[in-house]
Design a protein around this ligand. Structure first.
Ligand SMILES: Cc1cc2nc3c(=O)[nH]c(=O)nc-3n(C[C@H](O)[C@H](O)[C@H](O)COP(=O)(O)OP(=O)(O)OC[C@H]3O[C@@H](n4cnc5c(N)ncnc54)[C@H](O)[C@@H]3O)c2cc1C
Length: 396
């Protein structure tokens, strides 16, 4: 027996099995049955966790970290990540099988979403050997990261970034402000896009950096959302010193790094998990004809989205890479959440304003709706992307 941590032994053992998707799903089901409560029906907490006002946000953070640690110890963290950093090195189809199964169980999720789906793969792709070590710590649940891209004057138009990184003899000095930074208050590190070439314009002269958010001069101010939660924050940089090795990728290639991050498109199965929500909503009062008509529209949309996702799932299983059609699913997801919120509002009417905790979940669906049309690219931007990349129309 070596003195390696128990977690690494477990990962290596599972890797040796090299499971097919079906075998993997069976192993995953057995693991989940042992470590989590099976709850295929009821409110899908995982989709809305970060929007909710929490009595004890620290306890939620700890439970998410512990779950991530448990996944790592049993070989279910980083399913598509390379074994070199503690991942399983399996296919996207294995990852999809996992996501699909995990949604059926009551587990604390949400905290690591952006870290695992977008930032970790970026750090692995562009990072030095030392930076890649962060990936292993992420998989172990030890590090939460945030994505410092959007600014008050640079959202959809990311090339308008004005946060500056000025070169010094042995590093960089950062000044500026980011906004809408998800999970910043739980994060130890941030992945920053800043303008490193004074006077440069648009996508030229940008560089990506790894920032320790505990560095002097960094201030994180959480922003309260209308849902009651405070999942994102403003982040201020006041003469923050970064070492030379904080650069991620090459100096001046920040745009390419950022576009690679955005290309790690989230492949979701929201249609299926919305089935739970729609089944629950069926118990509300749908006597009023306008509410009933709206609800039926939502049910049709949910079935359509679930079928569309099944098709993508099948293509993935057959070995094709997820294409830009994932953008269609994103657009449909926003419409589904807003449509359901609207139907519920018509059904419950003024009751929604009552101080009745049993209505909290429905209020959350209604109030979270707009975020699904903005986060990760607004509907308008996604539509332009679909027009150009899916339909092949000329640039608008
Ligand atoms: C829940 C949530 C989490 C987020 N998390 C993060 C995060 O972790 N890190 C981060 O960096 N950012 C994050 N964001 C920010 C998000 O990326 C931006 O809000 C989004 O890109 C839109 O930018 P904006 O808010 O500046 O709006 P703007 O870009 O100012 O857009 C305003 C309006 O103009 C429209 N518009 C703008 N340009 C065009 C165009 N060319 N064609 C047509 N219409 C256009 C938009 O569609 C929108 O309706 C988050 C946002 C939300 C809601």
């Amino acid at each position: 027996m070596t003195d390696r941590p128990r977690a690494e032994v477990a990962v290596t053992d599972v890797l040796a099995a090299g499971p097919t998707v079906a075998e993997f799903a069976e192993q995953a089901r057995a693991f989940l049955d042992e470590h989590a409560e099976h709850r295929p029906d009821g409110f899908p907490d995982a989709m809305f966790a970060q929007f909710r006002e929490m009595d004890d946000v620290e306890a939620w953070e700890q439970s998410c970290r512990q779950w991530q640690r448990t996944l790592f110890e049993h070989g279910f963290a980083g399913i598509t990540w390379p074994a070199e950093v503690g991942g399983r090195g399996l296919s996207p189809a294995h990852a999809l099988a996992w996501t699909d199964l995990e949604f059926e169980y009551d587990v604390p999720r949400g905290l690591f979403g952006v870290t695992l789906e977008m930032i970790g793969p970026t750090v692995y792709t562009f990072g030095t050997a030392a930076q890649k070590e962060h990936c292993r710590r992420i998989l172990r649940g030890e590090e939460v990261w945030c994505q410092l891209m959007s600014e008050p004057g640079a959202g959809s138009d990311l090339a308008a970034v004005s946060t500056s990184a000025r070169r010094t003899e042995d590093g960089w000095v950062v000044n500026g402000q980011k906004v809408w930074t998800s999970e910043a208050r739980h994060s130890r590190y941030g992945y920053l896009i800043a303008r490193s070439e004074p006077g440069s314009e648009r996508h030229r002269g940008l560089t990506a950096f790894v920032v320790d958010l505990e560095a002097p001069g960094v201030e994180v101010r959480p922003l309260r959302q209308m849902t009651g939660g405070a999942s994102f924050a403003e982040v201020f940089f006041d003469d923050v010193l970064l070492p030379a090795e904080a650069v991620l990728g090459e100096v001046g290639q920040g745009w390419m790094v950022a576009m690679t991050t955005l290309g790690f498109e989230r492949f979701t199965m929201f249609g299926r998990s919305f089935g739970r929500l729609v089944r629950q909503a069926a118990d509300l009062d749908w006597d009023a004809s306008d509410a009933r008509e709206r609800f039926v529209d939502v049910v049709v949309q949910q079935r359509g989205l679930a079928a569309f996702e099944e098709g993508m799932h099948a293509r993935l299983l057959a070995g094709s890479a997820p294409g830009p059609e994932a953008a269609l699913a994103k657009l449909a997801t926003g419409r589904l959440v807003s449509g359901l919120g609207d139907a519920v509002r018509r059904s419950l009417g003024a009751e929604l304003a009552l101080d009745d905790p049993s209505l909290d979940d429905w209020r959350l669906v209604l109030l979270a709706g707009p975020a699904f049309h903005i986060a990760g690219g607004t509907d308008e931007i996604v539509k332009s992307m679909i027009a150009e990349r899916v339909l092949g129309l000329p640039k608008g």
